[in-house]
Design a protein around this ligand. Structure first.
Ligand SMILES: Cc1cc2nc3c(=O)[nH]c(=O)nc-3n(C[C@H](O)[C@H](O)[C@H](O)COP(=O)(O)OP(=O)(O)OC[C@H]3O[C@@H](n4cnc5c(N)ncnc54)[C@H](O)[C@@H]3O)c2cc1C
Length: 387
């Protein structure tokens, strides 16, 4: 790391540990919510510290961090439970390359400034891993599109004012291909079907949204007609790498806290840290964290160096697969080391035990990551992927 990277890492660590972590239990016990003034202060601080829209280029008002620097920041933010770290905002950087001037001024720049909030509606009841099987439709009508369909698990839809909607084009030369369209949440025909409860306790909910004859101008389409899937893949690579980074941060905190507890907790006349059964859990956790961190950092560096897209795709899948499964193993061991305390919601291990589970599911399940890796391995061999 350069001096600048180390400073960035320290700033992110201090923000996570001193500003966000102290509010975790309050959020956990209040359905994920904190008082407005606290959330506003966290948002303001994040921006002042250089963590506002870290993924976006400077020309659009973002922080313009490299992939490696973003991984460093996200790793520290991963130390925090209850989604409190989501004040470090990462709008999709690929938008900068494809958005029209109208889209830049209407949605992208206000989002970068923290004035607008977006959410993403791709998954459906009948299509998650198999994104190509979505049935929501985008029908052209003159210079408008008409959107219909029901979308599941739309993260942050309760807080967002616009949504990226993915659907299948019903007619025209690209009929059958997918299109991505941005829709304001207050557009007639957008409706919350219901808001299910999930394992974690976050202020951001994941409602099911219905789109019923929603009309948007052609100017709301992102990129060329039929280009929808291209964006999804680019987005997945970025999100998967950042999940890997956050999982490393979560694991590090769990190891630190479990080690500290093990040194203090006395059973049968000795600190439990003296017992090999406990030592082995901690040692295995540290070994796996180091491996996951090296994979994550190396992948980020390769992306900054312009590695080819297929290599990036396989490496991001490897990092996400390994880091998310590692973090779940570490959380399980941490609960065990904390004993009964590890089952209390006020304990960090209990919260991470629930929260980290989704890291093996969203942005492509572990099984899908394995399929991607095996596909690349079969086609290209080991060297292009792992050097
Ligand atoms: C909390 C949360 C937030 C989310 N946020 C969003 C969001 O904001 N926007 C959005 O669009 N989506 C979101 N999702 C959806 C998420 O991306 C999907 O849940 C995920 O991609 C898996 O899809 P699925 O749930 O339909 O499972 P399925 O695709 O039905 O998979 C079920 C099981 O089958 C396995 N499986 C499927 N295909 C194969 C195969 N070929 N080989 C082996 N095993 C296979 C899977 O690995 C899994 O174990 C969110 C999900 C959750 C839980």
């Amino acid at each position: 790391m350069t001096d600048e990277d180390r400073q960035l890492q320290r700033r992110a660590r201090t923000f996570a540990d001193e500003e966000l972590i102290p509010y975790e239990v309050e959020a956990e016990l209040n359905d994920g919510r904190l008082p407005d003034d606290v959330v506003d202060r966290h948002r303001k601080l994040a921006r002042e510290l250089g963590f506002g829209a870290i993924s976006m280029p400077k020309e659009l008002g973002g922080e313009g961090l490299t992939m490696f620097q973003q991984a460093i920041v996200q790793e520290q933010i991963g130390r925090v439970t209850n989604g409190l770290g989501w004040v470090v905002h990462t709008p999709p950087a690929w938008l900068a390359g494809v958005a029209t001037p109208h889209q830049i001024t209407t949605w992208v720049e206000p989002t970068v400034r923290g004035e607008r909030v977006e959410c993403y509606a791709i998954t459906e009841e009948g299509a998650g891993s198999d994104v190509g099987a979505i049935s929501a439709t985008v029908r052209r009508d003159g210079d408008e599109y008409v959107l219909d369909g029901e979308k599941w698990h739309v993260t942050s839809a309760n807080l967002a004012d616009h949504v990226f909607f993915q659907g299948v084009l019903t007619e025209g030369e690209h009929a059958g291909a997918q299109a991505l369209v941005v829709v304001d949440m207050d557009a007639p025909g957008v409706r919350v079907v219901r808001t299910p409860r999930y394992s974690h306790t976050l202020a951001d909910h994941h409602p099911i949204l219905a789109f019923e004859g929603v009309r948007v101008p052609e100017a709301n389409r992102i990129g060329a007609e039929g280009d929808g899937m291209r964006f999804v893949y680019e987005w997945f690579r970025y999100e998967r790498l950042m999940i890997a980074a956050r999982c490393c941060g979560a694991a590090e905190r769990l190891i630190e806290e479990a080690t500290e507890f093990a040194k203090q907790r006395v059973a049968f006349g000795r600190p439990i840290a003296d017992y090999q059964a406990v030592q082995f859990m901690l040692a295995d956790s540290l070994a796996e964290l180091w491996a996951a961190r090296l994979m994550t950092y190396e992948t980020a560096r390769e992306m900054d160096a312009g590695a080819d897209e297929k290599t990036q795709h396989a490496q991001c899948s490897l990092a996400k697969l390994y880091a998310s499964e590692m973090a779940n193993r570490v959380a399980d061991r941490a609960v065990q080391i904390f004993g009964g305390r590890g089952y209390m919601r006020e304990n960090v291990a209990e919260r991470f035990f629930r929260e980290l589970r989704v890291e093996r599911i969203w942005e492509g399940t572990s099984e899908i990551q394995r399929l991607i890796v095996a596909d690349q391995l079969g086609k290209r061999g080991t060297a292009p992927i792992v050097g």
